[in-house]
Write a protein that binds this ligand. Structure first.
Ligand SMILES: Cc1ncc(COP(=O)(O)O)c(C=O)c1O
Length: 393
C-alpha cells in the first residue's frame, strides 16, 4: 500500500465535530467516536499540498472557480462513472444538505408531500419539515438482510399527489447501491406521475469491490430531464470541512430556478480553498481512492467477521458501498435509551443510534468504518464485550 490508512492521527482539540463534540455530547474523554460521517484518514497528498500552497499565499481574497475546476469535475465523472456532464449543467453549492433544502423549497408546494425512503440520512426529514412540507414515507423493505424499495407503496404516494422525491443513492444507512433495474423501475413511476427527483449521490464514489454506482440521471435523457443530482468530492476525499458541493441538472428550467435561488442567497461565491483542493482531488485522487476502498473493504470484512463470531445476535447488513455499517441490534432487547447506555457508558463507543434515521430503525446502530483498523478493532471489541451481557438474556 502506498498510502498509510493504518496511521492513527490524533484529532482531539482540532475543532473536530466528531472528536471534540463527542466529549461534550457524551460527557467523557475516553469515548471512541465512530458516528459523524467523516474519515480519520488524511486526504490524498495532492489535496494537502494544494491547500498548503494556497494557505501560503497569505492573501485570502474573493475567489472564483475557473474552467479547469469544472473540467476536473467533468473528467472525473466521465472516467469513474461513464457519465458525460456538460459545464452548463453544473452549479456550485456550499453543501449537499443546502441543495436538498433549496430543492424542497423550489420544486414542491408549501404543505405538500415530499417522498423519502426511510430509514434515511436524518437531514432528509429536516429539509422537508423545516420548509413547511410533509414527509411522505416510503419505508424500505428488509428482505434477506438487504433493503429494497417498496414500489407499490411508492405508487400510492405518487397517486396521492406527491410530486417530489428525495432519493439517497447510494443509500445511507444500509449502504445499498441501487442497481440499474431498481432505478429504472423507480424512474418509470416518477415519469408516469410527474414526480421530480432530487438524487443525493454524495456517496457515489464509494462503491465497494464488485459494485458499481449508476447515476440516476445517466439512465436516460427522459430521467435526466426530471432530475437534480447533488454531488460532492467531500465524502470521497474526506473534505467536508471545506464545504464544497455542486448540483447537476440538464433541464434548463430546473437549473435556472436553482441558480436564481443560489444567487438570491449569495451562495455563489466560492471558499478560497475550494477550487484548488477539489481540482487536486479529482485530477490526482484516483489511486488514493482505489486504495481507500480496498482498506475500507478490509474494515467491512473485519467487522462482519468479528461480530458474527462474538455477537451473533446482531445482524449486520453487508454494504454495497459507503463506509457505513448498519447493525440490527433488536435481538439485544434494548430500547433507544438502553442502546445509548450500552454504547456511551458501558462500551465507551459512539456509533450512530438508529432511530434518528427513522422510527423503523429503532434498535439499529450505524458504525463509521472510515478509521484505522486498530481503532475499529478496539471499538468493536469493547462493544461486543459490553453487549454480551444482554445477548445471553
Ligand atoms: C446522504 C448524505 N447526504 C449529505 C451528506 C452531507 O453533505 P453536506 O455536508 O455536503 O451537506 C451526508 C453526510 O453524511 C450524507 O450521508
Amino acid at each position: 500500500m502506498k498510502y498509510h490508512f493504518d496511521r492513527i492521527i490524533d484529532r482531539r482539540n482540532t475543532h473536530s465535530y466528531k472528536w471534540d463534540q463527542s466529549v461534550k455530547l457524551f460527557g467523557r474523554e475516553d469515548i471512541t467516536p465512530l458516528w459523524v460521517a467523516d474519515m480519520d484518514f488524511e486526504s490524498p497528498p495532492a489535496v494537502k499540498e494544494a491547500l498548503v500552497r494556497r494557505a501560503e499565499q497569505g492573501i485570502y481574497g474573493y475567489s472564483i472557480k475557473s474552467d479547469s475546476y469544472v473540467e476536473a469535475i467533468i473528467r472525473w465523472f466521465e472516467r469513474r462513472h461513464g457519465w458525460t456532464l456538460r459545464p452548463e449543467w453544473i452549479t456550485d453549492s456550499p453543501g449537499i444538505v443546502t441543495s436538498l433544502s433549496l430543492a424542497v423549497e423550489l420544486y414542491s408546494e408549501p404543505g405538500s408531500q415530499v417522498i423519502l425512503q426511510s430509514p434515511v440520512y436524518y437531514p432528509f426529514y429536516d429539509v422537508i419539515r423545516m420548509n413547511g412540507r410533509q414527509v411522505a414515507k416510503n419505508p424500505l423493505i428488509l428482505r434477506d438482510g438487504r433493503y429494497e424499495m417498496d414500489y407499490a407503496h411508492l405508487e400510492e404516494l405518487m397517486r396521492g399527489g406527491a410530486k417530489l422525491l428525495l432519493l439517497c443513492s447510494p443509500h445511507n444507512p444500509g449502504g445499498r447501491i441501487w442497481d440499474r433495474e431498481e432505478l429504472l423501475r423507480l424512474g418509470e413511476l416518477c415519469l408516469r406521475y410527474g414526480v421530480t427527483v432530487i438524487s443525493d449521490e454524495i456517496h457515489c464514489d464509494l462503491a465497494l469491490p464488485g459494485h458499481t454506482h449508476v447515476p440516476f440521471a445517466s439512465l436516460s435523457e427522459e430521467l435526466a430531464n426530471i432530475t437534480l443530482t447533488c454531488l460532492a468530492p467531500t465524502k470521497t476525499f474526506n473534505l467536508p470541512g471545506i464545504q464544497s458541493s455542486f448540483i447537476v441538472a440538464s433541464n434548463p428550467e430546473i437549473k435556472r430556478k436553482f441558480d436564481m435561488r443560489i444567487k438570491t442567497l449569495s451562495l455563489h461565491m466560492t471558499n478560497f480553498f475550494v477550487p484548488d483542493a477539489v481540482q487536486a482531488a479529482y485530477n490526482e485522487g484516483d489511486e488514493w481512492l482505489d486504495e481507500l476502498m480496498h482498506y475500507i473493504n478490509g474494515n467491512v470484512e473485519y467487522a462482519i467477521g468479528y461480530l458474527a463470531e462474538h455477537l451473533p445476535q446482531v445482524e449486520v447488513m453487508r454494504p454495497d458501498g459507503t463506509y457505513l455499517l448498519w447493525l440490527d441490534c433488536r435481538k439485544l432487547g434494548l430500547d433507544v435509551k438502553g442502546l445509548k447506555k450500552l454504547m456511551f457508558e458501558e462500551a465507551r463507543v459512539a456509533f450512530s443510534e438508529g432511530s434518528v434515521f427513522g422510527t423503523e430503525a429503532e434498535g439499529y446502530l450505524r458504525i463509521n468504518l472510515a478509521c484505522p483498523r486498530s481503532l475499529l478493532q478496539e471499538a468493536v471489541e469493547r462493544f461486543c464485550k459490553a453487549a454480551a451481557a444482554y445477548a445471553v438474556k
